[in-house]
Write a protein that binds this ligand. Structure first.
Ligand SMILES: NC(=O)c1ccc[n+]([C@@H]2O[C@H](COP(=O)([O-])OP(=O)(O)OC[C@H]3O[C@@H](n4cnc5c(N)ncnc54)[C@H](O)[C@@H]3O)[C@@H](O)[C@H]2O)c1
Length: 385
C-alpha cells in the first residue's frame, strides 16, 4: 500500500490479540453492520443519545493489530461460524474486509525464545502501530487490548508483562488506549503518568459483559432495599481460548478480583463466597454463569436469589469493544487526556466513578453530551481534564 499523502483523517483500531474470538467477532460484526447485513444490536453508541457526538462512522474504521497466533482471520471467522458465534453466511459476506484486516496483523510477542529485551519489544510494537497509521493516513489509532488474560505479575518482576509492553508501545506511538482484559496493561504508575504526559486518553479495565454486568445491577438493589447480603458465590463454566487461558489459577485470580470489586464498591464490604472459573472445552464460545446470593430480610428471615446467565461471550464483548474504540477515538479528537471514568459503564475494574450500572449509564450519557458540545464547538483542542 502507498504512503498516504493527504491530511490525516479517520480512525484506526489496533487490536492486541487480533486473531482472537473477541477481535474477530468485532471486525466481522463491524463490516456486517456497516454493510447493512445485521442490525447494531448491543452497540450503545448506535443509539440516539450518541447520534451527534461526532463518533467515527463504523464503515470508516480501519483494523489491524498484533497477535502471536497465525491463523488467518477468514479461517478464524469460519471457526466462529461453526461455533455458532457468527450467523451462517456472514463470514463469506465480509471476507474481503477480513482479508484486508489480515494483511494489517503483525507478529506479537514475546514468544518463547524471543531474545529481545523490553525496550526492543516496545520499539518494535510502536513502530508497527505508527506505520499502520501512516499507511492509511489516519488521524489516530486506538489500541485495544483483547489478548489472552495473563497472570498478575509478581511485585518484584524484573520485566514488564506483555500487556504493559503493548501499552508502553501505544503511548510511544501516540495512540489512545483501551484495556478490555484484566491484564495489567497501562495500570502502572509509570505508564499512567506517561500517557498523561503524551496527552492520551485511556480506558479500562476488563469488559463487563455477563456475570459482573448482572452483579452491578443486583448489588445496588439489595443495598437500596436495605437487605443484608450474607454471601455471594459464583461459578462460571466456559470453553474457547478464554476458558483455556483462565484454567491457569493465576489468570483466573486476575479475572476474579474485578468481579469481586463491584460487590465491594456497591455493598461496602465483600460478602462471603467465591467465584470459580471452570474450563469446559465442550462449551466452546458459550458461557454459563451461576450466582447464588444468600441474604437476610426483615426479622432475620433468610432468603436466597439464584441467577443463571447463559451467553455467547464474544457476541457480548464485540459491540462493547467497537463502542469503546469509537468513544476513545472521539475523546482523543476532542482533546481529552488521561483516564476516562465516564466509561466505567463498560468495565469490571473501572478508573473510578460510580459502581452501579444505572449511575454509570447516566455518566456515559453525560459524556455523550460533552462530546456533542465539543463537536458543535468545532476544531478540536487538546485540553487538560
Ligand atoms: N465476554 C468476553 O468475551 C470478555 C469479557 C471481558 C474480557 N474479555 C477478555 O478479552 C480477552 C480476549 O478474549 P477471547 O475470547 O477473544 O480470547 P481468545 O483466546 O480467543 O483470543 C486471545 C488472542 O490473544 C492472542 N495473544 C496471546 N498472547 C498474546 C501476545 N503476547 N501478543 C499478542 N497476542 C496475544 C492469542 O493468540 C489469541 O488470538 C481475554 O483476556 C478475555 O478475558 C472477554
Amino acid at each position: 500500500m502507498q504512503q498516504a499523502t493527504s491530511a490525516p483523517s479517520g480512525a484506526g483500531v489496533w487490536f492486541i490479540g487480533a486473531r482472537g474470538s473477541v477481535a474477530t467477532t468485532a471486525m466481522a460484526g463491524c463490516a456486517a453492520v456497516a454493510a447493512g447485513l445485521q442490525p447494531p444490536t448491543g452497540m450503545v453508541t448506535e443509539t440516539e443519545p450518541f447520534a451527534d457526538a461526532g463518533l467515527p462512522a463504523l464503515p470508516s474504521l480501519v483494523f489491524g493489530g498484533h497477535d502471536t497466533a497465525g491463523c488467518p482471520l477468514p479461517k478464524r471467522a469460519e471457526a466462529l461460524t461453526g461455533a455458532g458465534v457468527l450467523p451462517p453466511g456472514l463470514a463469506a459476506a465480509v471476507r474481503a474486509e477480513l482479508e484486508a484486516a489480515d494483511t494489517e496483523i503483525r507478529a506479537g510477542g514475546p514468544l518463547p525464545g524471543d531474545r529481545r529485551d523490553d525496550e526492543e519489544l516496545i520499539a518494535a510494537f510502536a513502530a508497527d502501530m505508527a506505520a499502520f497509521r501512516g499507511r492509511h493516513g489516519l488521524a489516530r489509532v486506538v489500541v485495544v487490548h483483547v489478548a489472552s488474560t495473563e497472570p498478575t505479575p509478581a511485585a518484584d518482576a524484573a520485566r514488564l508483562p506483555p500487556s504493559s509492553l503493548y501499552a508502553a508501545a501505544a503511548i510511544r506511538a501516540g495512540c489512545p488506549y483501551v484495556n478490555f482484559t484484566p491484564s495489567t496493561g497501562l495500570r502502572t504508575p509509570d505508564l499512567t503518568e506517561a500517557a498523561a504526559a503524551r496527552g492520551l486518553p485511556h480506558a479500562g479495565r476488563d469488559g463487563k459483559t455477563g456475570q459482573t454486568l448482572l452483579r452491578s445491577v443486583l448489588a445496588p438493589m439489595f443495598l437500596q432495599r436495605a437487605l443484608s447480603v450474607r454471601a455471594w458465590s459464583g461459578t462460571n463454566l466456559l470453553g474457547g481460548g478464554d476458558g483455556a487461558a483462565l484454567a491457569d489459577p493465576a489468570a483466573a485470580a486476575a479475572k476474579n478480583s474485578g468481579k469481586e470489586r463491584v460487590l465491594a464498591d456497591t455493598l461496602g464490604h465483600i460478602p462471603q463466597g467465591q467465584v470459580h472459573i471452570d474450563d469446559v472445552p465442550a462449551l466452546g464460545e458459550w458461557k454459563t454463569a451461576w450466582d447464588h446470593i444468600a441474604f437476610d430480610g426483615f426479622l432475620g428471615s433468610r432468603m436466597v436469589l439464584q441467577t443463571i446467565w447463559q451467553g455467547c461471550d464474544s457476541a457480548l464483548a464485540a459491540p462493547l469493544v467497537l463502542d469503546l474504540a469509537r468513544l476513545v477515538a472521539r475523546a482523543h479528537e476532542a482533546g481529552l487526556t488521561g483516564p476516562l471514568p465516564e466509561l466505567g459503564y463498560y468495565f469490571k475494574d473501572p478508573d473510578g466513578g460510580p459502581a452501579c450500572l444505572p449511575a454509570q449509564h447516566t455518566r456515559l450519557l453525560a459524556f455523550a453530551e460533552r462530546l456533542k458540545a465539543a463537536a458543535v464547538q468545532g476544531p478540536p483542542e487538546r485540553a487538560a481534564r
